[in-house]
Design a protein around this ligand. Structure first.
Ligand code: ZN
Ligand code: ZN
Length: 236
């Protein structure tokens, strides 16, 4: 099965499928799931032949994410965080304890895991993440089954923010949203780095690349690089 589906856990709606990439990566499975109170998108990315998968930003509703994995015959082998902010890492501890999957994050944000302020943890009703098991840097690949995701370091929203690229798809975390971009007013943010990251590393991807953002903030839940070049008001 191929494509991107959105499972909003409240209404269990099935979203859209992308068939034209089937020839390129026939075993690729991507599931987009909105979790938690901050409209975070968690993603399952798996290989339907081997059943191996990774989960990106399992921020909340670990029961729902695991049920989706099971329904798709996928085993979660890695937990990958696009960056170290609490709204994306708040489910790491439970996901790790239930899957035994190692946690992967960019080396620039690794120090954030286990160092979230008690106030933020209280606000999110979350436990802090265990430390990273592995760190990655720009140009590295994360392989699960026969699927390889390329690490694109996109500092700006946070120092170690990263996007993950598979031909046809890019997971953009809090760097690029549908017709918007991530905040650059936070501790560790840099607006100039952010726009350089987006211009030089994301807008240079093929126009038909599907943008899979870290929050459901747009009119639609996915976009394309070509669409963002024209319609993202922050990139004009
Ligand atoms: Zn963030
Ligand atoms: Zn976020």
């Amino acid at each position: 099965m191929i494509g991107v589906s959105k499972i909003a856990f409240r209404d269990q709606r099935f979203f859209c499928a992308i068939a034209h990439l089937k020839k390129e990566v026939p075993m690729l499975v991507i599931r987009q799931m909105q979790v938690g109170s901050m409209a975070v998108f968690a993603y399952l990315v798996g290989d339907s032949e081997t059943g191996d998968a990774l989960v990106i930003d399992p921020a909340d509703n670990i029961d729902g994410i695991l049920a989706t994995a099971e329904k798709n015959n996928l085993r979660i082998k890695y937990i990958v965080n696009t960056h170290g902010h609490i709204d994306h890492i708040s489910g790491n501890r439970e996901m790790k304890s239930r899957t035994d999957a190692p946690i992967i994050i960019h080396e620039g944000d690794a120090r954030m895991l286990g160092n979230t302020s008690p106030m933020l943890l209280h606000m999110f009703g979350a436990e802090d993440s265990p430390p990273a098991d592995m760190t990655v840097k720009d140009g590295d690949t994360i392989t699960v089954g026969k699927i390889s995701l390329k690490v694109i370091h996109t500092p700006g929203h946070s120092p170690g923010g990263m996007c993950l690229y598979i031909k046809g798809f890019v997971f953009t975390g809090d760097t690029l949203f549908v017709e918007s971009v991530g905040r650059t007013d936070l501790n560790g943010s840099s607006a100039s780095q952010m726009f350089r990251s987006i211009r030089e590393k994301l807008l240079t991807l093929p126009d038909d690349t599907q943008v899979l953002p870290g929050h459901n903030y747009g009119r639609t839940s996915t976009s394309t690089i070509g669409h963002e070049k024209i319609y993202n008001p922050f990139l004009q």
